[in-house]
Design a protein around this ligand. Structure first.
Ligand code: TXA
Ligand code: MG
Length: 341
């Protein structure tokens, strides 16, 4: 599931940045420096490209990713800003602050980036290499930290190579990251700031700029979202989800992996496949959108074909198991997750 040859580690000069931008536009994942930590970036509007991030990191689950954009105007095309968030953006961007905002659903950002949430996390990085790459790529870039799942975040290109060499085509070397910890993640909710992850912008700075109370009561742990299914804001289909389905019951929609069997296609309320060719990267890219579409079909249950537990199949199955788990009572609404990874 993770092809790749030799990983080029290039000093981030003009030529290398242009090569990285071409790879990004072609749907590849490339590591690049930001002022906080190195990110593993991919075109946020291309689900298959985003799935390659998860494959390279070896992530067993899909957590929402931060979208990196060149400026506030680009962010406003992807998300809706309340006045307090706008003030924070004007004060701290470019810089190590990520804002969780209401997502504009028609902006073209892949559902895999937001993991099906109605919110999107956005930041404008300050690092000159990140800025040059965003300008050259001309696309919003989804980018988690460029480490293998479970490892600590990389602050040099050598750290990235130690984790991801052979798994991605290129690392842009821009030296050591000046901030060295991840961005602060904040969401303005009910007239106060929910601090979802401590990071490069301090709580005191947030409070001073906004005049709002800053609440850092943990909503999750370091590997969040621990239980997205427990968070009211996390997307869970309205329909029930039944796993390992090899035959259909009346009233069910079908989510396949590989070609859709003729008899199932003929009887299902709605049927689609995550990947006709059985490719887990393509399947991951389609997962959240497919669930939304089948949910909208009016079926009481979405029956899901068995999905092999290898490569991104693990992450797909993790999310499907959560969707199929018994539903908790609605929790008080919180901006949702955030944390390391
Ligand atoms: O400094 C950083 O933020 C680095 C650099 C590369 O920009 N990126 C980074 O990304 O740390 P990552 O994926 O390691 O962390 C993203 C965090 C996750 O904990 C995720 O839960 C949270 O952001 N997140 C993303 N979208 C969210 C959303 N819609 N609501 C709440 N939390 C969200
Ligand atoms: Mg990380």
């Amino acid at each position: 599931a993770v092809p790749h040859h030799a990983t080029l580690c290039l000093a981030a000069d003009r030529d290398a940045i242009d090569r990285a931008a071409l790879l990004l536009r072609a749907g590849e994942a490339v590591a690049f420096p930001t002022e906080t930590v190195y990110g593993l970036g991919a075109d946020a509007t291309n689900g298959t490209a985003v799935a390659k991030i998860y494959a390279a990191k070896g992530r067993p689950s899909f957590n929402p990713l931060i979208v990196h954009v060149p400026d506030l105007a680009a962010a406003e095309q992807i998300a809706v800003f309340d006045p307090a968030s706008l003030a924070l953006a004007r004060r701290f961007w470019p810089g190590p602050l990520t804002l969780v905002l209401a997502r504009r659903p028609d902006a073209g950002v892949s559902d895999l980036v937001t993991a099906g949430l109605d919110t999107v996390a956005i930041r404008v990085p300050a690092h000159p290499v990140a800025r040059a790459l965003l300008a050259a790529a001309g696309r919003p870039l989804a980018a988690p930290s460029a480490n293998r799942s479970g490892h600590i975040s990389p602050t040099t290109a050598a750290h990235v190579m130690a984790d991801l060499s052979g798994r991605i085509p290129m690392v842009l070397d821009g030296g050591a990251c000046p901030v060295g910890v991840e961005s602060t993640i904040a969401a303005v909710m009910d007239g106060r700031i929910r601090l979802l992850r401590h990071g490069g912008v301090s709580r005191a700075e947030l409070a001073a700029t906004s005049g709002l109370a800053v609440d850092d009561t943990p909503v999750t742990d370091d590997h969040a979202p621990v239980s997205p299914g427990l968070l009211a804001s996390h997307y869970a289909p309205g329909a029930l989800v039944r796993l390992e389905a090899t035959a259909l019951r009346p009233g069910e929609a079908f989510l396949g992996f590989g070609p859709i069997p003729d008899d199932i296609g003929a009887t299902a309320v709605a049927a689609e496949t995550l990947s006709a060719g059985g490719d887990p990267v393509e399947a991951a890219a389609n997962l959240f959108s497919a669930l939304r579409r089948l949910d909208a079909s009016g079926a009481t249950t979405i029956a899901v074909a068995p999905i092999p537990e290898h490569g991104l199949g693990e992450a797909i199955n993790d999310r499907l198991r959560r969707a199929a788990a018994p539903r908790p009572a609605p929790a008080p609404s919180v901006g949702a997750p955030a944390g390391g990874e």
